[in-house]
Structures are given as structure tokens and as C-alpha cells.
Write a protein that binds this ligand. Structure first.
Ligand code: SAM
Length: 685
């Protein structure tokens, strides 16, 4: 949007950037520039390395040119910038016209601010950078800036540890365009705290953006180390570190770098880091080196950093050696990072060994509009589980945390001791239930295999299923789905979100949607972008939502994302951890549970039962967590048999028998099925 606006202003003032598009097509240009002299080559090489770019890749050429454009903008508006030799050479060679004058730029900025009245824009050059360099590239480089409300919250939380008139030093790691430092300067000033600010940034372009931001506001420019943080030797120790680390996945971290870091942390902390770790793991550990003892750190990372398998090692280390003050997760409803499809978590820690009495505060933030309350409530919260206007918070002993447990579940209150201790529970006690995806226009968003090929959309589609009748059985195998695909059913869903990079073929397909009037459809037009799809994880179990006499729970081996003709059932972590997903699925298909459906759902004539997610929450089931090992094994055997024979009736009979036997132990044996269901209902209503 900003780019368009910039284009508009440039046009308005008769300054053209057409040349930009021309040169973008001239692939030789860059190569020649690189070859001019050997020193220049080495800088260019370095530039390519820093940015993980490949000179032979056309799209990368486009990135460099975008970067160059951005460089020109910041050069126009700062007199204090760090020269970037490679871009300097390139700039001279391409002789790009001057973009805009200072006055026009001011107009441009105020026009953005005016039009985004509900948004605070502090990191203006970060915003412009985002606009120039395609999202796909920034994602590859882990260059996602922190949105203003989150940056402000993190800075305020960190500064709660400061005293008026005291002096501290702080390091912003991967400072980017400087959003944290901008807030730090401001908030520290208003609190009367003397904060000596420093930043480390690997990318000179972003370091320049930071300087431009500080110049724009007339703030003193912090010391910026233009270095690779991971391989910098620090003499100095800091009172505070703050960081939104690059979210680079393991396969993009070069092997030699990985080996060096793994060796270093093994030597320093005795920790065996998994080679599959993403970049934030290294950043957190390295940050501990630069902190003073008793110093404070605050990071924002994707929950995946801790919840993936590779996260177990770092959790083990942190839980044991570092006092974690709080973890704050942003709920999915809160679009914390509007451009990135991750659940973010803030982790705040103090570099000291946690005492046995130390409790971690675990919060879930639903709304960032209550910054002051969040600060206050986190400060005051000491025990128990409380709901606040902005979300909720609980406190648990750090020593009680099991590194094997997913942080997501711990944050939701599923601490290792919270096993549901009853033989009958509601389904919601062991699983989360959601409605399937509502596309708003199945005809357009669902595609056959041929259509996917014809429009070259394979990057953008995921396996999906939209009709109950496509799955008659209770187990959807890969083969079943493949058959549907071969029989030309619409089994691919166009699954685009703010992360997707839109290429020419997608653009073409979307324009067909526009010509069909899809963006005007009632559901479609409520979306941020009309083609963004509702996000759903792949559910392990699917329920036929509107079922004609044949309601069933389907094991989703084919890993499809079902549409809203289905309910999606996500077993909770305790179930997954105990390997009970299939046992739960078998229990759900038992006659006693299926009979219960009638009590919770609504009948829609001719034997059709309709069940909404919140009704499904209340389905009483046999608690898989409470089954004796022997019973679980019997169920597993029956499942294995079903896998071979695919005889559904035999399967259900066998499961029914096991369950009846089990319930007999609780004195339920003489009660007829229907009455028994009511008994469960009245007991748990
Ligand atoms: C997720 S961005 C955060 C930027 C900024 N702090 C913010 O919050 O908006 C991560 C930043 O780290 C920088 N970076 C990546 N690897 C680095 C490294 N090894 N050393 C220093 N900075 C690095 C990237 O260039 C990027 O600017």
C-alpha cells in the first residue's frame, strides 16, 4: 500500500521510477558491476552473503534493486548514513533518478499516518523498507519488524526493572530499523532512567534505516555495531538485552556456522543443541553470554521455538539455569504479527539460577489495547489463575515445568499435573473442537487437480475435503484422498494468507475471481484481503457435522483440511503425549458415545443431526486418560485389526464390548444404553 502511495506521489511530482522496472530486467548489469574490480567484487560477495542472495537468481536481482531504491530514499533523508560500497557502485552505474525531495517525503509520511489513523507508526523507515523489499525475501532473511504495540509493551516490561536516575546499558540484538531503541529512548527518558543504548545489526541497509529513523525524530543516534551477533566477541556485559531474533529455519543456516555454534554452546553450557534448531535458539543462548549476572532479557519468538522437538534441549537448560520471569503468549485471535503466520510468545528472564520457590507467570494476551493494565497486572500477579480485561494469567513453579511439555499447553493451563481424573469427561476436557474452514465461495477456492496444474497453483493449495459423502468410512487414508483426486473431485483448497508471496500465476487466478465477483461475496468481503483463507491446523479427527443417520468420527490419516461441513477435533496435548489419539477416536465411534450425540445436538427431521462446536464440547465420553493399560492395549489391538480388515461393524462391536466391560466395573452394566446416556448427562450437566 505504501509502495502504491509512493508511486502515486512520485507520479504526482513528475518523478518517474519507470527506470527501475527497466533495469530490473537487465540481468547483466549486476554481474558487470560485481566484476568491476576485485575489491568491489569482495564487497558485493559479502553483500550477497549477508542477504543470502544469489546473483543468478532473477528474483534476487529484483531484491537488490529494491534494496537499492530503499538505499536511495534513506540517502536523501539522512546525512549521517553508513556508506554501503556495493550499493554506492550500483547506484552510480544505474544512475537512478532522484526519488523525492524532503518536503515531498514529509507529505508522503503524513499521508500514510493520516490514512492509518488507527495505527501508530513509529518505525517509519522500517515500514518503508517492508514496502520496498518483497515479503518473501524478508521472510527468508528473518527480517520481520516488531509491530509498534508489541515493541512498546516489551520495552515497558523491560524498563519495569529500572530505577529512576540510575544508569544502565542495553543491547538491542538484531536492531533492524530500530523500533525497540526508539521506544527505549523515549520511555527511559520519560522515566528519568539513564539508558545507554546500543544495537547490533548485520544488515547495513537496516542499520541505515535505524539511523534515518533517529534522524527523523532528532534523537541522538545509538551506537550500532554492524556485525554478526553470533560470532562477535564481547568484552562488555549488559544490564539488559532485548531481541526479536530472525526466524531463520535450520536448513537456511550454513553448516559451518551451525557446527561452530553447537560446539560453542556445548563447551560453554554443556548443552547439546539439536541441528534442527532455528536461529532464535542460538540468539537466546548467545544473549546469555552478553548479559551481566542478574541482568534482564526479553525476547519475542514463535512458540514453535520451544514447542518443536528441537526446543526440548533449550527448555531443559533454561528451566534449570535461568530464572524465567514470565511468558506471554498472543492468542490466535490477536493478530500480533499481521504479516506472519505464527503464534508469538514473549519470554522475559533474569540471568540467575531460579530458586525452588520461583514461580513463572504465564499469560495469554487477547488484546493489546490495555497496555497499562497488562503492565500493572503482570507486576502484581503472584499466584493462581486470574482473568483480566486483556487476557489471563497463571503462575506455576518453574521447577514443576517439564521440558517435554509444549509451551502452548502449559500456557493454556495444562501443567503436568492437570490430568482429568474422572472416568467420564466432556469431550472438551480432552480435545478442542472447531468448525471447519468456511471459504465463502467453494467453487472458486476449491480446485480439482487439473485446475491446480492448469493455473500453476501447486504452491498455494493444500489437501482439503468438503463433502460428507466423500468419506463414507471412519478412516480417511492417503489412498482414499488420492482416489478422490483422480476422480476429478475438488480436493485442493487455495490456502493463502498474509505470508503468501503472490506470483504471476496466482495473480492471474485471483483476477478470474475478481471477474466472477468473488470479492463481493458476503463472507469473502469481510476479510482483510478477500482471498485470505481462514487458518486451521490439520485436525487428527474429523466429525461429520450434519449427518444423515450416519454420524461418524473420521481418523484423518490423509492430513486434509476439512471445510465447514465438518467439525475439527484437536486432541489436547495430554492425549497426544500419551499416544492416545487413536484410542480417543475409537471411543468416539463407540455406540454409547454416538448415542450421546442425539442428546447434545439438534435433530433436523429425517434423522439428520446437527451439532455445533460448543454443543460438541459437551459430549460425554469415556476418559481415555483414565483407562487401565490393559483396556488401552485391547483397544489398540482392535484398531490394528480394523486397519487390516476395514470391517467397520466388527470394529464398532469390538470397541463396544471393551467399553461395556470396562464400565461394568463402575456399576453401569445393567442400565440400558439410552438411560445410561442420560445418567451421564445428568451427572455432568
Ligand atoms: C526479526 S528482525 C527484528 C528487527 C527489529 N529489532 C524489530 O524488532 O523490528 C531481526 C533482525 O536481525 C538481523 N539479523 C539477522 N541475523 C543477524 C546476526 N547474525 N547478527 C545481527 N543481526 C542479525 C536482521 O537483519 C533483522 O534486522
Amino acid at each position: 500500500m505504501i509502495r502504491n502511495e509512493l508511486d502515486r506521489i512520485i507520479k504526482e511530482y513528475h518523478i518517474t521510477i519507470d527506470r527501475f522496472d527497466d533495469v530490473a530486467l537487465e540481468s547483466r548489469c549486476l554481474t558487470e558491476t560485481m566484476q568491476e574490480t576485485s575489491t568491489k567484487i569482495s564487497y558485493a560477495d559479502n553483500w550477497f552473503k549477508i542477504n543470502s542472495l544469489d546473483i543468478n537468481d532473477k528474483t534476487h536481482e529484483q531484491v537488490i534493486l529494491s534494496q537499492l531504491m530503499f538505499y536511495k530514499v534513506i540517502k536523501e533523508f539522512t546525512n549521517n548514513n553508513i556508506n554501503i560500497p556495493f550499493l554506492d557502485i550500483l547506484e552510480k552505474r544505474l544512475d537512478l533518478p532522484i526519488l523525492v525531495t524532503k518536503t515531498k517525503f514529509d507529505e508522503y509520511i503524513s499521508s500514510i499516518v493520516q490514512r492509518s489513523s488507527n495505527l501508530i507508526i513509529v518505525d517509519i523507515f522500517g515500514r518503508i523498507y517492508e514496502d520496498f523489499v518483497p515479503q518473501k525475501e524478508r521472510r527468508r532473511l528473518g527480517q520481520f519488524r516488531t509491530p509498534e504495540p508489541i515493541a512498546m509493551l516489551m520495552v515497558s516490561l523491560l524498563l519495569q526493572n529500572c530505577k529512576r536516575n540510575q544508569s544502565y546499558n542495553l543491547l538491542d540484538i538484531g536492531s533492524g530499523a530500530g523500533i525497540f531503541l526508539l521506544y527505549l529512548y523515549n520511555i527511559a527518558l520519560s522515566k528519568g532512567v539513564n539508558m545507554n543504548l546500543e544495537g547490533i545489526e548485520i544488515n547495513p541497509l537496516l542499520a541505515n534505516a535505524l539511523i534515518s529513523n533517529f534522524n527523523l525524530y532528532g534523537y541522538p543516534i545509538p551506537e550500532i555495531h554492524l556485525k554478526d551477533f553470533l560470532f562477535m566477541n564481547f568484552e562488555k556485559k549488559y544490564d539488559f538485552v532485548i531481541c526479536n531474533p530472525p526466524y531463520t529455519r535450520h536448513h537456511s543456516i550454513p553448516d559451518d556456522k551451525k557446527n561452530k555454534l553447537i560446539r560453542e554452546f556445548k563447551r560453554r553450557y554443556g548443552i547439546e543443541i539439536s541441528r534442527l534448531s532455528s536461529m532464535p535458539v542460538y540468539f537466546i543462548l548467545k544473549a546469555l553470554n552478553v548479559l551481566k549476572d542478574g541482568g534482564h532479557g526479553i525476547f519475542i519468538v514463535s512458540t514453535e521455538v520451544f514447542d518443536a522437538k528441537y526446543g526440548v534441549q533449550i527448555k531443559k537448560f533454561l528451566y534449570k539455569h535461568i530464572q524465567i520471569d514470565f511468558l506471554l503468549k498472543f492468542s490466535q485471535t490477536n493478530d500480533a504479527f499481521p504479516d506472519v503466520d505464527v503464534t508469538a510468545v514473549i519470554i522475559s528472564f533474569t540471568k540467575r539460577k531460579p530458586s525452588n520457590a520461583h514461580k513463572i507467570k504465564l499469560g495469554v494476551v487477547n488484546s493489546l489495547s490495555y497496555q497499562n493494565q497488562i503492565l500493572n497486572d503482570i507486576g502484581k500477579h503472584s499466584d493462581g489463575h486470574l482473568k483480566y480485561e486483556w487476557g489471563e494469567m497463571r503462575a506455576v513453579y518453574q521447577t514443576n515445568l517439564d521440558p517435554e511439555f509444549k509451551l502452548q499447553y502449559i500456557l493454556n493451563g495444562m501443567t503436568p499435573n492437570s490430568k482429568v481424573g474422572n472416568n467420564i469427561v466432556y469431550l472438551k476436557d480432552v480435545a478442542n473442537i472447531m468448525r471447519g474452514i468456511a471459504t465463502g465461495a467453494n467453487k472458486f477456492f476449491l480446485l480439482t487437480d487439473d485446475e491446480v496444474k492448469k493455473f500453476s497453483l501447486n504452491k498455494y493449495v493444500v489437501p482439503a475435503i468438503d463433502k460428507n459423502r466423500y468419506i463414507q468410512d471412519i478412516w480417511l487414508t492417503n489412498e482414499d484422498w488420492r482416489k478422490l483426486k483422480l476422480s476429478k473431485k475438488k480436493v485442493w483448497l487455495l490456502y493463502i494468507n498474509s505470508n503468501s508471496y503472490i506470483d504471476k500465476s496466482l495473480e492471474r487466478y485471483l483476477s478470474i475471481g475478481v471477474s466472477l465477483g468473488i470479492p463481493e461475496r458476503s463472507l469473502v468481503k469481510t476479510r482483510k484481503k478477500w482471498y485470505y483463507m481462514e487458518k486451521r491446523d490439520i485436525p487428527p479427527i474429523i466429525f461429520t457435522y450434519l449427518s444423515r443417520a450416519n454420524p461418524r468420527f473420521i481418523l484423518n490419516e490423509a492430513q486434509v483440511r476439512p471445510l465447514n461441513t465438518f467439525l475439527l477435533i484437536y486432541p489436547k496435548y495430554v492425549i497426544i503425549k500419551n499416544n492416545l489419539t487413536e484410542v480417543l477416536w475409537a471411543i468416539l465411534n463407540s455406540t454409547i458415545v454416538i448415542e450421546n450425540l442425539r442428546n447434545i445436538g439438534r435433530a433436523y427431521g429425517s434423522n439428520t443431526t446437527k451439532i455445533e462446536p460448543r454443543e460438541m464440547d459437551k459430549l460425554p465420553i469415556i476418559n481415555p486418560l483414565d483407562l487401565p493399560e490393559g483396556v488401552i492395549q485391547e483397544i489398540r489391538d482392535v484398531i490394528a485389526m480394523f486397519n487390516k480388515t476395514r470391517n467397520r461393524q466388527q470394529f464398532i462391536n469390538s470397541i463396544d464390548k471393551i467399553i461395556q466391560e470396562y464400565l461394568r466395573g463402575f456399576g453401569f452394566s445393567g442400565i440400558p444404553l439410552k438411560a445410561r446416556n442420560q445418567l451421564y448427562l445428568s451427572e455432568y450437566e
